[in-house]
Design a protein around this ligand. Sequence first.
Ligand code: PLP
Ligand code: COI
Length: 359
Amino acid sequence: MNIKIEKIPENELKPLYQDPAQLGFGKVFTDYMFTMRYVKGKGWIEPKIGKYTSIPMGPAAVVLHYAQEIFEGLKAYAAEDGRILLFRPEENAKRMYDSAEKICMPPFPVEYFVEAVTALVNLEKRWIPKAPGTSLYVRPTLIGIGDALGVHPADEYLFFIILTPVSAYFKEGFKPVSLYVEDFHVRAAVGGVGNAKTGANYAASLLAGAKAEQKGFSQVLWLDARERKYVEEVGAMNIFFVFGKKVVTPNLSGSILPGITRKSVLELAKSLGYEVEERPISIDEVIAGIKDGTLTESFGSGTAAVISPVGSLNFEGDNYLVSNNQVGKVTEELYIKLLDLQYGRARDPFGWVKEIGRF
Ligand code: PLP
Ligand code: COI
């Protein structure tokens, strides 16, 4: 790929954030973005890094009407020794490839994905925050921009990457979050697109998420669409339950996102001597486990959320505390071990961490 770089004059660059710990999530954007177009008959053309700016498209663009959109999320980390690190970027590239096929879009080549992220992050390295728990969040996105109101895939696409320096996703930081177990609304059904990272799944989640927030909960815990019986995932993360030395997460049923953090936590937990299980978990089993004390901890996993302890579940009007609303030992151990890998503080026996440049 021959990426054209359109430099912004030095005196037109944005001022950096003041306090990295106060960044929150996805509110500040860097100076540059990567773009590449796909045109039927021509393939992927015009790789470019230029100014972060609005996207020109017609009002009949397919993405605006029929939500032909997919995205990814990964982070660039500043290691203390000056290395710039990505965490398993090929996994994001592969998932985006799979998402594209599910939404009838031309898949963005895996090697282009990693090359584009590497080039953009290196150019924007001054934006990678260095305060504890902060990072530069990378948001690759693919949209159908061809104009047509017939319900068909677009004939033109735009792939772009934007960057945002972030601190914690939840306002609670690394503190227990409260989840509302949603037993009416559903996010996705098996046979649908719940296992693709597509905007439509998030649109479907907004109302339930807003209702849960109004009631004072951090996020929704989704149940399966068919029976409202099995636990699926949370609004922006996968879910784990700890039963003593056993770490359990719902199997990839087809309607939940195959999280890269989820996959990493499973491997990490196994390497630390925990027994791990991927299987259907009913909400009744979860509530019974909380009641009889066998369910000792719960946490969510995600790129933005990292590992987020769950402090309580609200189900059918009753509130159940998990780990007494404290951060559990297993959750904390996995959190520390995962961050040590991501920030390059620990030796990486898994080969997950990719150095893409230096400060
Ligand atoms: N589930 C949903 C709905 C998400 O939005 C995310 C975030 O990406 C995850 C799970 C976790 O996926 P990952 O660990 O790949 O970030
Ligand atoms: C991520 O963790 O990368 C996500 O995409 C979650 C999100 C929708 C904010």
